[in-house]
Design a protein around this ligand. Structure first.
Ligand SMILES: C[S@@+](CC[C@H](N)C(=O)[O-])C[C@H]1O[C@@H](n2cnc3c(N)ncnc32)[C@H](O)[C@@H]1O
Length: 253
């Protein structure tokens, strides 16, 4: 008989009997882009997979799949989930509903589904939307991946936080007031999802006198990667770009 604590909803290691005979949903982080930043565990799971799922953004080829390509066996069943990039949430929600239903069809037949996710699955990762839909019925496992923030910090040789330092991760999609508050309250800020918000956040950072503290990183760890002081960054930011703003470098001495 299992101890009572083992069956609490927070214990993800317990396998309820309702999951017997069903496949597992396995979210696998594939890292920020360089194929050799895939973990050994991720590579092993991808090589062993009979069914793979991954997002494609607005019809473009899947970035997550391209990172993992060398480990994908011939003949594997692939479930591409095309996620539209719209400010409204409903079109993406419908895409995840549809993707989750296709994955559920495989899991119900006892097949594990390895779901590829760029970076780390639990860090703004597409996987979390599939997990939310499927975890009530199926066992879920997650393999962490190297995040874009870790990759950018390493490329820029910029320590993220030291000693009592605080870090905030802010999507550039937030309004100026929220971004300014985050920038004022933390020693370090990683700002993601720049895209069309780049000119606005750049002006804000300038108004706060932080331009000389900001580093622009695009397509980190890919052959086309760019690492520049914000003052020398291009006018347009690609989707895979971020800023690291480090206000306080004293603790590093
Ligand atoms: C939906 S989030 C995915 C984050 C991802 N799961 C992670 O662990 O980093 C997408 C944002 O992450 C950032 N990003 C992801 N990969 C990146 C890369 N290779 N270089 C720079 N920024 C990246 C960009 O800010 C992009 O807009």
């Amino acid at each position: 008989m299992e101890p009572v604590e083992a069956m609490t909803p927070l214990d993800r290691t317990a396998t309820p009997s309702s999951h017997e005979g069903l496949g597992r949903l396995i979210g696998v982080g594939v890292g920020p882009g360089a194929p050799d930043l895939l973990t050994l565990r991720a590579a092993r799971l991808i090589e062993g997979a009979r069914v793979l799922a991954y997002p494609t953004l607005a019809g473009a080829p899947s970035f997550a799949r391209s990172i993992a390509a060398a480990h994908i066996r011939d003949g594997v069943e692939e479930i591409a989930i095309d996620v539209p990039m719209t400010p409204a949430r409903e079109p993406a929600q419908r895409a995840y509903d549809d993707g989750a239903a296709r994955i559920a069809g495989q899991l119900a037949q006892g097949r594990d589904v390895v779901c590829l996710c760029e970076g780390d699955p639990m860090f703004y990762g597409s996987f979390m939307y599939l997990q939310a839909r499927l975890a009530p019925r199926f066992a879920v496992e997650v393999v962490p991946g190297v995040t874009s923030v870790a990759a950018a910090s390493a490329l820029a040789r910029l320590p993220l936080v030291a000693r009592e330092g605080r870090i905030a991760v802010l999507p550039a999609t937030l309004p100026d007031e929220a971004l300014a508050e985050g920038l004022l309250r933390h020693e370090t800020v990683a700002m993601l999802k720049l895209g069309r918000h780049f000119p606005r956040v750049r002006a804000l950072i300038d108004r706060l006198g932080l331009t000389d503290r900001a580093t622009f990183v695009a397509r980190a760890t890919l052959p086309q990667e760019v690492v520049l002081p914000l003052a020398r960054a291009p006018l347009e930011a690609p989707y895979f770009s971020l800023l690291l703003i480090a206000k306080d470098t004293d603790p590093w001495l």
